[in-house]
Design a binder for this molecule. Structure first.
Ligand code: HMG
Length: 303
C-alpha cells in the first residue's frame, strides 16, 4: 500500500469558483458572511474574489466590496483571479494575498474562457507575474482542462506538461491541475499528476476536481497515492464554470474533509463549521446543498 501524506492543504474555492456561475446575483454581504464563516472554520487559503470582466462573469463584479468587507484571519491567504494587469491592479488595491493567473491546456477552451490562445495568455501573464513578485504577492497558476476539454475532447499529457513548464517559468508558487469538466478517472489522474510533477515540485501541485461524473473523490484519493497534498474544494459542492457548459460544481469540501478525517490526514479545518457554512449558503440560494457528507451530518444533527 502506498504511503499517503500525513497532512494536506485544502483551498476553499466556493466563494469564487462556486458562486461565479450562479445566475441570480448574490449580494456582497452574503459572500462576506460566507468567507467569514469559512475563515472561522480554519481554512488557511480561501479563493474569495475574481477580478475579471464583469461582462464575462457578472457574479464576480462585487469582488472589491467582498475583499474590503471580509474579516481576515491572521496568516490566512485570500486569493483572487487576475487574467491581466487590469485584474492585477484591482486585486492589489483590494489587498489580495495571492493572485491567480488562469490558463488552459486546451487551445479551444483558452479561446472560450479568456479570449486568446495559450501562447497569448502566457505572454499576458508575464506582466502579472512580474508585478506580483514586485509587490510580494504569492502567484498561483491554474491550468484548466488538464484532463479533457468540452470543446476539443482529448488533451495530451504533453500539452499539460507544456503549460506547467510555462507557469513554472513565470515563477508560480503553486500550480493547479484542473479537471474543469470532471471527466477524469483515477488512473488517468495519476498519469497527469505524475507528468506534471516532471515539470514542477510535486508538493506545490494542487488537484482541482469538479465532480460532474462523480469521480472527484476517487481522483483525490488517486492523487494522494502519488503524493499530491493540496486540493481545491467548494463548500456545499457549489459551482461550475460559465465557459464549460454542463460542468457541475467542484468537489464538495465537506466530502473531502470527511474523507481526510477517515484517512487520519490532518487538514486543520473544523468539518462541523464547514457544514454550517454550507447550510448557510444553500439556504440563501434556496436549494439543498450537494455535499453528501454535509447533508448526512446535517440530517443526523436534526435527529
Ligand atoms: C480575460 C478577459 C478580460 C479578456 O476579454 P477581452 O474582451 O478579450 O478583453 P479586453 O482587454 O479587450 O477588454 C474588453 C473589456 O473588458 C474589460 N476588462 C478587461 N479586463 C478586465 C478585468 N480584469 N477586470 C474588469 N474588466 C476588464 C475592459 O476594460 C474592456 O471593457 P470595455 O472597454 O468594453 O467596457 C475576459 O475574457 C474575461 O474576463 N474572462 C474571464 C473568464 C472567467 O472568469 N472564467 C471563469 C474563471 S476560470 C475558471 O473558473 C476555471 C478554474 C480556474 O476554476 C479552473 C478550472 O476548473 O478549470
Amino acid at each position: 500500500m502506498s504511503t499517503l501524506p500525513q497532512q494536506v492543504k485544502i483551498v476553499e474555492v466556493g466563494p469564487r469558483d462556486g458562486l461565479q456561475n450562479e445566475k441570480e446575483s448574490v449580494s456582497a454581504a452574503v459572500k462576506i458572511e460566507l468567507v467569514d464563516r469559512l475563515s472561522r472554520a480554519g481554512f488557511a487559503n480561501i479563493e474569495a474574489a475574481s477580478f475579471v470582466s464583469p461582462k464575462w462573469v457578472p457574479q464576480m463584479a462585487t469582488s472589491t466590496e467582498v475583499m474590503a468587507g471580509i474579516t481576515r484571519r491572521a496568516g490566512a491567504i485570500y486569493s483572487a483571479l487576475t487574467p491581466n494587469m487590469q485584474g492585477f491592479d484591482a486585486a492589489l488595491a483590494a489587498r489580495a494575498d495571492e493572485v491567480v493567473i488562469f490558463g488552459s491546456a486546451s487551445e479551444a477552451f483558452s479561446q472560450k474562457n479568456i479570449n486568446c490562445s495559450i501562447a497569448e495568455s502566457i505572454a499576458r501573464f508575464e506582466s502579472v507575474a512580474k508585478a506580483a513578485k514586485e509587490h510580494g504577492l504569492r502567484l498561483r497558476g491554474s491550468i484548466s482542462c488538464a484532463f479533457g476539454c468540452p470543446y476539443q475532447g482529448e488533451v495530451s499529457l504533453d500539452a499539460v506538461a507544456d503549460v506547467v513548464g510555462r507557469m513554472r517559468e513565470l515563477g508560480c508558487d503553486e500550480i493547479d491541475i484542473a479537471d474543469t469538466i470532471g471527466v477524469s478517472t483515477a488512473r488517468k489522474t495519476q498519469a497527469v499528476m505524475l507528468r506534471a510533477a516532471q515539470e514542477f515540485h510535486l508538493d506545490r501541485i494542487s488537484g482541482h476536481f469538479h465532480d460532474t461524473y462523480g469521480q472527484a473523490l476517487a481522483n483525490i484519493y488517486a492523487s494522494l497515492e502519488v503524493g499530491v497534498s493540496i486540493f481545491h474544494s467548494s463548500v456545499s459542492g457549489l459551482g461550475g464554470c460559465p465557459y464549460a457548459k454542463g460542468a457541475t460544481g467542484n468537489v464538495a469540501t465537506e466530502d473531502v474533509l470527511y474523507l481526510m478525517q477517515g484517512l487520519g490526514i490532518e487538514t486543520g479545518i473544523d468539518l462541523d463549521m464547514v457544514v454550517d457554512a454550507g447550510q448557510f449558503i444553500s439556504q440563501h440560494l434556496g436549494r439543498k446543498g450537494s455535499s453528501r457528507a454535509g447533508n448526512a451530518i446535517a440530517a443526523k444533527r436534526a435527529g
